[in-house]
Design a protein around this ligand. Sequence first.
Ligand code: SF4
Length: 369
Amino acid sequence: MHSFTTVFNNYSWEETLDSIYRKTPDDVLRAIYTPKRSLEDFKALLSPAASQYVKLMAEESRRLTLKRFGKTIQLYIPLYLSNECQNICTYCGFSYDNKLERKTLTDAELLAEAEFVKSMGYRHVLLVSGEANQTVGVDYFENALKLIGPVFDHVSMEVQPLDEHEYKKLMSHGLENVLVYQETYHREDYKIHHPKGKKSNFDYRLETPDRIGRAGVRKMGLGVLLGLDDWRADCFFTGLHVNYLEKAYWKTQYGISFPRLRPCSGGLPPKLPVSDRDFVQIISAYRLFKPEIELSLSTRETPEFRDQLIHLGITSMSAGSKTNPGGYTVASQSLEQFEISDERKVPDVIQAIKSQGYEPVWKDWDKTF
Ligand code: SF4
């Protein structure tokens, strides 16, 4: 069975990084002005040589985004199901070795959270959980989808990687979209950041998008945790991955997110910090390489910065988020997965989107179409 691993194994991290660092200003200008960009152009857009052209890249990113998506921003909100987790991840507040009270939502709590989120206006929810097969396994997710399916129009999931038949099972209960982040494509550093638990299996995670694609899930989202490793190479491998998936599973729609490492309980500082300027370069590079792809922004970024990014290529964002299970109605004080930066209430974010001439969209798709 073919998978991304075959493509990935043809690349060396060091050679890829070296080739990105060797790109020249001429390579960057060619990549900005060419109508269809290759993987080599994408490397140029991510290179240090491109940092002097970020403004030009951002303008082109804005133009392409307006052409494909118009002046719209999709809105979604995460709903944390559980902070139980059997993995150790060096950057996460829910890591198995962190001493914190573990919590998994009961049916009544899940419904209360869902109704509360719906009352904020949301019709698209992202279900999030740690990895604890005994308590939050496929049966739990199946039940959660049955319970909240009638409450929302669009349900996405960001939970542990599953097998193909498990994705199929959840699709039959309304699952529309699966997000899976590789965290880093640096095989050796991945091991350092994931020393224990199922997540330590790099290849199983790397092949998760293939299983999602084979199951026929309508949408999927990829990304890395910016700051864990050199972001230029990690973003290149994310683009390479999406490039492969678009050809292998052409019926699926793709999205990319770009979470920056944030403080959490027991968390670690970034190995290579990602500045705001770098962040704009990343968004623009993704947009220029893949003009039709969804680009999502979380509340990890500050309000001022998020407002600026609205024009630069973002197509969806969360607002009013809590990153702890029961955070909306049940347990506002329990430990978060990571700290958020934009703590504005939903109406304030809506106002910020509208004041820039953009339309906030709660729902853009219907099964009957
Ligand atoms: S990142 Fe996910 S898998 Fe890792 S400790 Fe946090 S919740 Fe668990």
